[in-house]
Design a protein around this ligand. Structure first.
Ligand code: BES
Ligand code: MN
Ligand code: ZN
Length: 500
């Protein structure tokens, strides 16, 4: 997709569909669209007066321009109540509109941001939201269908009217494009079935993706993991016939000795639960258990284009979690690369095991800030659903930056506690710690486990078990399927760390 700011009058825009966002309760045509409405012989005025378009959130009414303007269609899109609109909802509304327009075969889309909407946020934030909203609509889950029932038109040109003259907005359009495209790429990976996306394929995809980016890629093989005594990652990998890998990506934008942000992502390409096997219901969803690892790659691909002055290292331990005669068993004790002994209570708590060796690797590589991201617990999915990332940490300043990053990214993120009051929950009778414990506070206890490996460095853990995949047909705001959760948060975080 191409995207740009435009200062043409809307009635003169040459486009397939001109999106006109309107708030609920607005009964007159926005001034910016008055001339357009006139050309359409008052059609928009009429629709508003007759309440055939009320501006309810995500309401969409296309009006044929009947050759009265260079654009073919005017599309009224409802933004709901002004008090409820934020940049997350603006992205969602535009993503939904973009999806409808694609199905209708429109390739060139123009978004008009009237003053009433443009006044709700800064120009750069609006430009990114509009670009990302439309950009993210260019994604489908049916990539392996041999017969397409729906049109597969992509929106290939986006123009935004209403933000011209703002230098920061033009730059934000470029950033939004990079971020949306990185997000869509990894949504495709998360959507891929586990038989077509093994750890080996994961590595191949990353190798292809980094070509020409200047990123440095290193892949640790099983022999390397043995040498580095990555007993936790190797323990999970034992049950699978697919060889485990650890992807290490480096972006060197900062000075030597400057801050180094480590992004560590869970790359379980299929999580059967292992010997503590999962129930059959919904097990197919566990192809998406590499969503954190994919998000790390997506973020670092975006970072390579955004070029912040900071060093970033992306670390993705990747393996299947399978039951077999070789698989680890509940009660087994393994030793991670940091030397801690871990009692395995539940082989389905595998994400924290592979992440622990990834985090230790980050520490040994000199990371000054650590962010890990993982589809880690059913607990967070039950708590927040697909609507938000759960965040945990040990350092308020870094958490503050992560929260700001989420705001810039237009991703919802909610902090949960790791108070010292929880101490003792992961103590093991036989070993240093255990990988599963009480049946409550599941997302927090997972975070406590990971905290054991960060060597006291500023760290934030992002649990995306809910937000990585939207599967509720009741929810209208986010399309079903992989969301690309976390990519944009981490890319913004790298920029904020650089700007300090
Ligand atoms: N991959 C799952 C978490 C998950 C659940 C992701 C639902 C997406 C949707 C993770 O490996 C897991 O199985 N976690 C267990 C941990 C428990 C055994 C301590 C869980 O949350 O039930
Ligand atoms: Mn599991
Ligand atoms: Zn898992």
């Amino acid at each position: 997709m191409q995207a740009r700011l435009l200062n043409t009058a809307p009635e003169k825009a040459e486009t397939d569909a001109l999106i006109l966002p309107i708030f609920e309760g607005q009964s007159t045509v926005p001034a910016e669209a008055a001339a357009l409405d006139k050309k359409l012989k008052g059609a928009i005025t009429q629709l508003l007066a007759d309440q055939e378009f009320r501006g309810r959130f995500m309401e969409l009414v296309p009006v044929h321009n009947l050759g009265n303007t260079p654009s073919k269609w005017t599309v009224l899109v409802g933004l709901g109540k002004p008090t409820e609109l934020d940049l997350v909802r603006l992205r969602n509304a535009l993503q939904a509109a973009g999806r409808v327009l694609r199905k209708r075969g429109h390739r060139r889309v123009t978004v008009l941001l009237p003053k009433a909407v443009a006044a709700t946020a800064g120009a750069a934030d609006l430009a990114r939201a509009a670009t990302e909203g439309i950009g993210l609509s260019n994604f489908d889950t049916g990539s392996l269908k041999t017969r397409h029932e729906q049109a597969v038109t992509q929106i290939d040109t986006l123009s935004i009217i209403g933000l011209d003259g703002e230098k920061s907005a033009a730059a934000a359009v470029k950033d939004g494009l990079v971020l949306a495209e990185a997000t869509n790429r990894i949504r495709g990976w998360v959507n891929a079935p586990a038989n077509a996306f093994t750890p080996t394929v994961f590595v191949e995809k990353v190798r292809e993706a980094v070509k020409g980016t200047g990123l440095d890629l290193k892949v640790l093989e099983v022999a390397d993991m043995r040498r580095l005594k990555m007993g936790a990652l190797l323990a999970v990998a034992r049950g699978s016939d697919e060889p485990a890998k650890m992807i290490v990506l480096r972006y060197g934008g900062g000075r030597k000795g400057g801050p180094t942000l480590a992004l560590v992502g869970k790359g379980i390409t299929f999580d059967s639960g292992g010997i503590s096997i999962k129930p059959a219901q919904n097990m197919e969803m566990m192809k998406s258990d590499m969503g954190g690892g994919a998000a790390v790659v997506g973020a670092i691909l975006a970072i390579a284009q955004l070029k912040p002055k900071v060093n970033v290292i992306g670390i993705v331990p990747t393996t299947e979690n399978m039951p077999s005669g070789k698989a680890i068993k509940p009660g087994d004790v393994v030793t991670g690369s940091g030397g801690k002994t871990i009692e395995i209570i539940n082989t389905d708590a595998e994400g924290r095991l592979i992440l622990s060796d990834g985090i230790t690797y980050a520490v040994n590589e000199g990371a000054t800030h650590i962010v890990d991201i993982a589809t880690l617990t059913g607990s967070i999915a039950r708590t927040l659903g697909p609507l938000a990332i759960g965040a945990f940490g040990n350092d308020p300043p870094l958490m503050g930056l992560v929260r700001r990053s989420a705001d810039l990214a237009g991703e919802r993120l909610w902090e949960l506690p790791t108070w010292a009051d929880y101490d003792g929950l992961i103590d093991s009778e036989i070993a240093d710690i255990k990988n599963a414990t009480v049946p409550w506070a599941g997302a927090t206890t997972a975070a406590l486990f990971l905290r054991e490996f960060v060597d006291g460095r500023p760290w934030v853990h992002l649990d995306i078990a809910g937000s990585a995949w939207q599967d509720a047909s009741e929810l209208k705001t986010v399309p079903k399927g992989p969301t690309g959760s976390g990519v944009r948060v981490m890319a913004h975080l790298a920029q904020l760390l650089a700007d300090r």
